[in-house]
Design a protein around this ligand. Structure first.
Ligand code: GDP
Ligand code: MN
Length: 421
């Protein structure tokens, strides 16, 4: 075990090796969507409604007939409790005993951006709120089930000190983070679930109840092809109930074909529009915050390219993964996308032709550069299938291409052609 560190994208506690320069792309649903899935799997969550107007939010609060209401802004980022809105309202999670207050609070959430430590500086616009029955919380613990590279499979991570300071706990009190490795053939055994429940501080009958919730969360994890199910707080109420107060589920993109219902809920309004555009042409685009665009084939090569740029003192602006079986038109679309970002000061093409025919890439590049009147320096490293022909096409194209011998040379040349970051 190489120790855990916090996932920069969520509240999760992750294996070090899983955290790379490149953010992992997966489907992430809103809390209310995750909780609907939990209800279907017998996991205990509070009763709730979802609203997109303040009027509906207030009516929902009345319909709940609860002694206290919790109103929660729905965005694809954590840390909402400690966040603040561009309306001036502090906190993305509000408790109130009076349903009439809900309308007023929702008015200060809906249509405004919520800024948390996990969002960009400008925050994320809130289009929906969750109106739930608030329950008293006696204790907040942390519980997650996730894929762990070090164990080659799923693990359960838990801490008796959950809640809004879990990052702090993971960083300063690693002894309070517990782990159970799940055998994929056996599933979560009863004794494991009970041990985790005990480790995170559930006592007496609550221990059994928490263990049952853990096992239900694991069957959900399997059933929906999740890569992560995170519950924080995984809490207990003074009257002896174990409740999942907050939930976040991430899904494996590769399972889209058999999780159609889940993937059809993908809300692209919070996605990078370039990513969405790229997907139309079967291209994978990931935006980052540097100034060198990377044009590659394959995720492994993308990571290596980003890492080596980093090593030579540069910063990738994005990468665009062509994948295999590439067509000339995709190369053209890819260039169009890469250059659409005004922060891009140079493009690094790094293609290793295996399945990919380098000549197709060279033709695509030539066409794209002419038609798009490329203005930034273009560094090209091609290797593999039909590379001689590809090099001939490029050298006869009359384009001011900076060719590179190998990846290292390419990275150095790209870094030399941009302003330092
Ligand atoms: P996050 O900040 O985005 O992770 O949002 P959470 O849903 O985890 O809410 C933040 C905090 O609000 C939790 O850690 C709880 O302390 C509190 N909270 C959320 N729901 C309830 C509730 O029903 N009752 C009480 N008493 N507190 C709640
Ligand atoms: Mn939370």
């Amino acid at each position: 075990m190489s120790g855990y560190r916090l996932d920069p994208l969520g509240e999760g506690v992750y294996d070090n090796e899983m955290v790379r320069v490149i953010p992992v792309r997966w489907l992430n649903l809103q809390e209310y969507q995750s909780k609907k899935i939990m209800v279907d799997h017998g996991v205990t969550v509070q009763r709730f409604f979802v609203a997109d107007t303040s009027q509906d939010a207030m009516e929902a609060a009345k319909r709940l007939k609860a002694k206290e209401i919790v109103l929660k802004a729905q965005i694809l980022a954590g840390g909402r409790g400690k966040g603040s809105f561009t309306s001036g309202l502090k906190g993305g999670v509000h408790l109130t005993k009076n349903p009439d207050d809900v309308g007023q609070l929702a008015k200060q959430m809906l249509g405004f951006n919520l800024i948390t430590k996990q969002t960009a500086k400008e925050g994320v616009k809130v289009n929906k709120v969750m109106v739930a029955e608030a329950l008293d919380i006696a204790r907040e613990t942390y519980l997650a089930i996730l894929m762990d590279r070090a164990c080659n499979g799923p693990v359960i991570i838990g801490s008796p000190q959950g809640g809004m300071d879990i990052e702090e706990v993971a960083a300063t009190k690693p002894e309070l983070i517990f782990k159970e490795v799940i055998d994929i053939f056996e599933g979560v055994r009863g004794d494991q679930a009970l041990r985790m429940a005990a480790n995170i501080g559930f006592k007496g009958p609550l221990q059994q109840q928490a263990a049952e919730q853990i096992q239900k969360l694991y069957s959900l994890f399997l059933k929906v092809d999740a890569t992560q199910v995170e519950v924080n707080p995984f809490g207990e109420t003074p009257d002896g109930q174990v409740v999942c107060f907050d939930a976040k589920i991430n899904f494996d993109d590769n399972a889209e074909f058999r999780q159609k219902d889940i993937f059809s809920q993908d809300d692209i309004s919070e996605s990078d529009p370039l990513e969405t555009e790229a997907a139309k042409y079967d291209l994978k685009y990931i935006g980052m915050d540097g100034n060198i665009a990377c044009f590659v084939n394959g995720a492994g090569l993308a990571m290596a390219t980003c890492d080596i740029i980093d090593l030579h003192g540069g910063k990738p602006a994005n990468f665009l993964d062509l994948g295999g079986g590439v067509q000339e038109n995709q190369v053209y679309q890819a260039f169009k996308l890469l250059t659409a970002d005004p922060r891009v000061e140079a493009i690094l093409v790094n293609i290793f032709g295996g399945i990919v025919n380098c000549a197709i890439i060279a033709n695509g590049i030539t066409k794209a550069c002419h038609e798009l009147k490329l203005k930034v320096p273009l560094v090209v490293r091609l290797e593999g299938t039909n590379v001689t022909e590809a090099k001939r096409i490029l050298s006869e194209s009359g384009l001011p291409i900076i060719s590179a011998r190998d990846l290292e040379d390419a990275a150095k040349k790209a870094v030399a052609n941009v302003a330092p970051k």
